[in-house]
Design a protein around this ligand. Structure first.
Ligand code: ZN
Length: 123
């Protein structure tokens, strides 16, 4: 009886192993094609990431203030900046002086603070 039962157990074990082996064979294994597919997928992901990056850069350009040399990440921040004192002051100064003079001689950094109006002779 005991030996019979042991046989049955071992038979079952053999069966299970065969099933497991079959399952292993069915399971996808890394082939050359699947590796290439993975590489293509990762290249596509890299291209996708680059596309997103350039899209983000394009979007961010819209929120960049050239006058103040400041980057904002959304329209709310940019809007707040454009309405703010620092930007408005710079804008008024840049319009006050000739644009050529502003761009070539003093530049935006020289107009920081309030001294641009008090020292227009620097222009
Ligand atoms: Zn600004």
């Amino acid at each position: 009886m005991v030996s019979q039962r042991r046989e049955l157990d071992s038979e079952r074990q053999i069966k299970e192993t065969e099933e497991q082996r079959k399952a292993r064979e069915v399971r996808p294994i890394l082939t050359f094609e699947s590796l290439i597919a993975n590489i293509v997928t990762s290249q596509a992901l890299v291209a996708q990431k680059e596309a997103i990056k350039s899209e983000v850069n394009t979007t961010l350009k819209a929120f960049y203030c050239e006058l103040c040399d400041k980057q904002y990440i959304n329209v709310a921040q940019f809007d707040e900046h454009v309405r703010g004192y620092a930007h408005t002051h710079k804008l008024v100064c840049s319009l006050h002086h000739s644009s050529l003079c502003y761009l070539t001689k003093i530049g935006p950094k020289a107009i920081q603070g309030d001294d641009c109006e008090s020292a227009p002779e620097r222009c």
